[in-house]
Write a new protein. Structure first.
Length: 154
């Protein structure tokens, strides 16, 4: 059999064909093994704002506990959740409730800390900044404001 000799002393064409095959296969494996929900890029990304119009009500202010938070459906029918927090009376902030580590929905804050039940990442309720990994970036801020008795998209 010539196979062992061919592998032991490959010619230039065999090496190039092998490299091309490895690169093509490697790219396919990388593409198949990655997912948009598992990326962990940069902090404070606000590019993923809800598709609903500004002024759309997301919750009643009274439903968001002071010092706590409330998970609500994101307006616009995306199926995603928003986490509304009220660090102090009348001050409401919103974040995507999707953990940037692997896309698990985070829990409402307890004692000023938002925790992801997936792998234990923690975030500051007042800012959404990561305080404990495995997540390496904070929660995505969503622009909201208080309008009378309601919390609306800004």
């Amino acid at each position: 059999m010539n196979t062992p000799e061919v592998l032991a002393n490959p010619n230039r064409r065999q090496v190039l064909c092998g490299l091309v095959a490895a690169l093509v296969a490697g790219g396919a494996v990388t593409t198949a093994c990655s997912s948009p929900s598992s990326k962990d890029t940069g902090g404070g990304n606000t590019d993923q704002q809800p598709k609903a119009a500004a002024g759309t009500e997301v919750a009643k202010l009274a439903a968001v506990p002071v010092g706590g938070g409330l998970l609500v459906d994101e307006p616009g029918g995306s199926g995603s959740k928003l986490l509304l927090v009220q660090p102090s009376a009348g001050e409401v902030k919103a974040f995507s409730a999707t953990c940037p580590h692997q896309g698990v929905t985070v829990a409402a804050p307890q004692n000023g800390t938002i925790t992801c039940p997936g792998h234990g990442s923690q975030f500051t309720a007042a800012t959404g900044a990561v305080t404990r990994g495995p997540a390496t970036t904070g929660l995505t801020a969503v622009n909201v404001k208080v309008n009378g008795a309601a919390v609306v998209l800004a």
